[in-house]
Write a protein that binds this ligand. Sequence first.
Ligand SMILES: [Mn+2]
Length: 486
Amino acid sequence: MKIAVEGCAHGELDKIYETIQYIEKKENTKVDLLLICGDFQAVRYESDMKCMAVPKKFQKMNSFYKYYNGEKVTPVLTIIIGGNHEASNYMQELPYGGWLAPNIYYLGYASIVQFGGVRIGGLSGIYKGQDFYRGHYEHPPYTEETKRSVYHVRNLEFFRMKQIKRHVDIMLSHDWPRGIHKYGDLRDLLRKKKFLENDIETNTLGSPPAEELLHLLQPTYWFSAHLHVKFSAIVPHRTESGEFKSKTKFLSLDKCLPRRDFLQILDIPHRKPLKLQLDPEWLAVLKSTNHLLNLHRSNCYMPGPGTDERYDFTATDEDIQNIIDDFGGDLTIPENFVQSENVSDIHINEQTTLLCDMLDLTDPNRVLNNMDSSFNSNSNISMQNITDTVHSECSSSEEDNVHTSYLKNVSEKSPDPTSPQDHIPQAEVNNESTIETTELLESINSSGSSSNTSKRSNTSLVSPGENKKFKRRNLNIYYDSKDSIS
Ligand SMILES: [Mn+2]
């Protein structure tokens, strides 16, 4: 399948989709999935701009709202993470991920999903040491302080991601994994961004948790954004005896501006029909670590060796099978996006409610929404009691109903499982090994001549209604033929 990768979006969805359609026409190809590495700016209403930490001159509606209210149709399935310029009030409705608009899926604070069986994980926000150990205490309406701290990465999501033991194909983070500059053309980077010199010298450029995850998870690809510059790198992974084992191909892209490297197309073999699904290993970890959720400003440390508390939440095959069984054998994400009214307070999103009911998770929004003086405990344990109470009050009393409704949703919306598109040619499935690349730029070359192109299964992800004529004159300013978009 063809995956388009975008750096920071900054609300420019129209331009990004037009560019993808331009490339599709020029290369006579079809993009199956778009990944956006943060600064998405899901602004639905003018009031959302107040929740976004951006200077006044950048507070614009841009184009997301058109896809939100149905004025426009997303031409390609889009998966995003959050960055440091977000309508955080809206993102917070979906802490465990969900649809921001039809066909636009947000990964939440952190999560893993599968598309065509390819495992795609993400860590939203940016790293700031002073907030790393805090709980997710922020909520709308924000103060000037919480408007900024709300998007800082927390140790809970880092801890959860560290429990993942099965291979992840693609990881997304908004800021770069710390130290990644050592694995690419540093001289070229400094020529473009001289001001990074000091941070590079002191090894303070990038996110330490993302760095640790890169070396631990060893995904095939890692995509980032944030620094508004194109930079690629290859990180080798070795066995304990020092033998070469595998590598991670890193790519960071620019923001969406004329003549900038903001988009790349990759060809990645898929293993299953092109459907978006939840990842059972991630769900198992999410479920088993729900008690570690902290919604206080105070620091909270994750369990580790030396105490009686459980600290290894590795999912066993049985745990994973139990999750699959709980979902009736089908983890396809239902198309359950619902537009909501313009609210300034905490809003309970039904997508989060459904997922929480399925997995027995706490919806932080329900807790924060009902918070009064009796909930002012600093201890994790009493917080858990509160959340349990809130949870059982709000969730359906009959678990079976919840399960049925999820499955009903899935079976109504997902494509017919026996349709021809499900039968991926075996050659394509086995193509994974052919993605052997020594140069990242080689591997991200979307010349359109790949053998996969003709065999790509054609799912209904593209809306048939979207036949907008692309404007070549406008598009040309976003597309430089010298660049390696093609
Ligand atoms: Mn950013």
